[in-house]
Write a protein that binds this ligand. Sequence first.
Ligand SMILES: [Zn+2]
Length: 208
Amino acid sequence: MINEYVSRKVALKDMQPCAICSKPSTTVLYNASGPDWLYTCDIHLQDNPQFAIPIYSKEYNDAVGRLKEVKRKINTLTSSQNQLGSWDGWVTRIFSKNDKEKKDNSESPEPAPVEPADAPLEAKKDAETLVEIQAMYGKILDEVTQLQGKNRKYELAKIMFESRVQRKKTEQLNRERYRKEQENYSNTDPEELLQKHVFPSVPQHGKQ
Ligand SMILES: [Zn+2]
């Protein structure tokens, strides 16, 4: 059995106790390779690596990669902005200079320069790029959050999974014993045998 579980919803009538806190839950982690399954509250699936760790899609990992790349660009631009004076500082300087020039212009016929002399062209370009990149960062972050919310695959924490494997083995042994008992005591009432061995039933898909 491989350590890969998919979270599914079952109908309200099929609720079963959560494996962690025993509260009735409609969420089941299902492992087709077992098959194995356990019910859990949704809350235990969030930031709970002692229990389950999300297995994200390639799409999600790619988006995270792009996010990191953009973050690096922002950091580079921000540090170069800091060297040339911060974006905010630069904006403030343009406004104060324009105010000063307006006053000056009332006495002088010379037209005001379009670009303030103390705002390096490079800094202005960087500031524009930074605004664009920050918008891009926000967009990718939304995408990452969305993909994160869509994830249904989990792996169980090592100890947790080992106990599931152990449980599975015991269950298989029980089944085997049941089969042998059936063979050896073919005269025994099958209903009686069934009652002695209660097997869990595979969870049914809910409407979700
Ligand atoms: Zn719970």
